[in-house]
Design a protein around this ligand. Sequence first.
Ligand SMILES: Cc1ncc(COP(=O)(O)O)c(C=O)c1O
Length: 475
Amino acid sequence: MTSQQAEIAALFENAARLAAESLQEQSDPNQPVVNWIGPEDLTQALELELPAEGRGLGSVLEIARKTLHFSVRTGHPRFVNQLFGGSDPAAIVGEWITALSNTSMYTYEAAPVGTVVEVALIKRLCDLVGFPEGEGVFAPGGSISNLMSVLSARQRAFPHVKQHGLREGERPVMFASAESHYSIPRAGIVCGLGHDATISVPVDEVGRMRVDELERLIQEQKRVGRTPFYVAATAGTTVAGAFDPIGEIAAVARRHGLWLHIDGSYGGSALLSKKYSGLLAGSELADSMTWNPHKMMGIPLASSATLMREPGHLEAALAMNADYLLHEDSDPQWNLGDRSLQCGRRVDALKLWFAWQVHGDIGFERRVDGLFDQAQKFRQLLAERPGFRLIRDQEGPNVCFRYLPPDQRDAPAAEWPRLEHEATIRIRSQLAREGSFLINYASLDGAATFRLVASNPNTTDSDLTALLDAIEAKG
Ligand SMILES: Cc1ncc(COP(=O)(O)O)c(C=O)c1O
């Protein structure tokens, strides 16, 4: 072994040890969720200046340690902030192998393993959705998968669009609930349709799309000469965690000839659970679906599947037939490049494959059930305490709630939303700065609302109780 090889070997041995320690630390509730410092102090602490003379391999571990020290521990049982939580060891090794093999997913020739693994995983996810003939690809995130669905739908409705663009006077419109993710209207913007092209459909009291309103708005848009072509049902909305009624939306979509997309970025994983898959009843009727294993399945970002019920739509919208890449003498069925918005594309399939081997269907089902049950448990704990109230009460994996401190409970009821709004912003910021809990907030019905996300199977009932205690103490 040369001295350089020995140095590399030592680096990787130490890096592996650091990874194991970091994973242990992540799941230790006695550690803070984050060692929070402000951006100026962090800039100093990380010594960001780039050196003229390289510091050599010996410097890597120190940089890695510092990076981990100041990073948010998203695998921590008290990280309930985002729709993901990450520390799956098998998937992390899958990430390493992706970096080690450092290749790109456009052709079988360049990425033989990545290609066959991706095709197998996409088939599996399609089967779970109810797309037995389906196809798809992995994308850099739910937003991009949603964009791909709009591009495919636009191509089907306006087949001249790829070559010539829209014709004069054509005014396509799409529909999504008022609580859908912003990536849907932004996809309309990216497609050149403008923000106004996405019609916001009102939601019911728990955050589900109102299908009567969808029907009414489609008819209204037709009357003013616009062309409805796409509706997105959300399976697991970002804030409330609500599931739109897919079967009923599918009936409206069919009646009006609309492409039905399911944004299952978050809640698509409920299909892994016998207990909760009914939340996506009717998914087989959709034309496409986004599913992010990097959310409820705990796979490190990014892992997002774009799934199509029928083959061919992605290529119809996206293929550019670059002959310098996708050669005539190779089998197009195994060259995934023309199904993607990207040219160079990471091998994102490996980490999910590794994790699925380790956990199996049963392990993932247990994980998903546990997260839904955890949210349910939190709702029960919350109901037992005065001063807390649920907002958008439903059975999804998010719990939205407000808290009114005791000295403000005599205020007139009309004042409560403003007082709760102020308390939410103040308390959650204090929790984050001290690193005890990371819990997000969002505006619902005009006032800030705590949003607990059940994102980590290691979060225990006592963590949930401790969160309520901490909010009361700050209140
Ligand atoms: C419902 C929904 N769709 C899409 C997205 C976007 O996913 P990504 O962050 O992977 O782009 C999110 C993100 O939280 C989401 O909640």
